[in-house]
Design a protein around this ligand. Structure first.
Ligand code: PAF
Length: 284
């Protein structure tokens, strides 16, 4: 497995693979890999000749008051996981390589970035779009793999890829969960034991909303009420938001008529957790 800290050799590697007729699957990550990332890597491995994993804690998607400095990191372990899963190369640049002096461009989709998580993280998705545009330009993948726990991120990047005519396929991958329902996240490592016990309330709340929708409820307000009521039953948890939005535009849906994202975020102490489900009333 090759390890690249700079852009040019990573780009050359991807081009060499393609010149050999191998397709390239890229898995962008911020490291501290868990079973959710592993599922993305396995899928990329199954669908491509070569897999490149990027490990970069992107400073521009954190606000000044967020957890950039505390964000968990363990590159040695990440590299061992990648190696064991048959990854061909890892690109793990320093911030100065990605954002050299004079860097000035931002990629943003304001209408989709100020809702849901964007309400409390106003610069987050601009940071995500900009770094992903760069990672796609550097690695020129045939496919890039994203977990649906960050569904807003996936829908925004899907829009960006279409709008900018980027020549790659984005592959959304199912949320991986702990046995008690908690969606895997690097931030779960922040939870103390009591918070960890309380955390599955978010997935329970969303499951209840999903059951209501599956049984024919089409009023978004009812689904949101079910989520609010369930989370309110957990004393340690504080709901940040629960919303139902159209998956194409991320605009709020009052009535469920096409595919929607039912998304929620909650605070447990100083940790903010997110979870969601996608519901399509037309699907059987
Ligand atoms: O989902 C993540 O881990 C990050 O937002 C991403 C896509 C790697 C961009 O930094």
């Amino acid at each position: 497995m090759e390890i690249f800290r700079t852009i040019n050799p990573a780009r050359q590697m991807a081009r060499t693979w393609k010149a050999r007729g191998q397709s390239v699957g890229v898995v962008p990550t911020m490291g501290f890999l868990h079973a959710g990332h592993e599922s993305l890597i396995r899928r990329a491995r199954a669908e491509n000749g070569q897999v490149l994993v990027t490990v970069f804690v992107n400073p521009t998607q954190f606000s000044p008051n967020e957890d950039l400095a505390a964000y968990p990191r363990d590159l040695g372990r990440d590299l061992a996981i990648c190696e064991s899963l048959g990854v061909g190369a890892v690109f793990c640049p320093e911030p100065g390589e990605m954002y050299p002096p004079g860097f000035a461009t931002q990629v943003s989709l304001p209408s989709m970035s100020q809702v849901l998580c964007g309400r409390s993280r106003p610069h987050h998705f601009q940071g995500v779009c900009t770094v992903c545009a760069k990672l796609f330009a550097i690695t020129e993948p045939d496919r890039a793999y994203f977990g649906l726990k960050d569904a807003q991120q996936y829908f925004i990047l899907r829009r960006m890829v279409r709008d900018l005519d980027l020549d790659l396929e984005l592959v959304p991958c199912p949320i991986v969960r702990e046995p008690d329902g908690l969606a895997l996240s690097s931030r779960n490592s922040y939870l103390d034991p009591a918070e960890r016990r309380a955390a599955p309330v978010l997935s329970r709340a969303l499951r209840l909303a999903g059951e209501l929708a599956a049984n024919g409820e089409r009023r978004a307000r009812e689904l949101i009420g079910a989520i609010e009521g369930t989370v309110a039953g957990e004393p340690l948890a504080r709901l940040d938001y629960a919303q139902v939005v159209d998956t194409e535009t991320l605009s709020e849906a009052d009535q469920i008529e096409s595919e929607v994202l039912v998304a929620a975020a909650m605070w447990l102490g100083r940790t903010r957790l997110i979870d969601n489900l996608i519901f399509d009333p037309g699907a059987r």
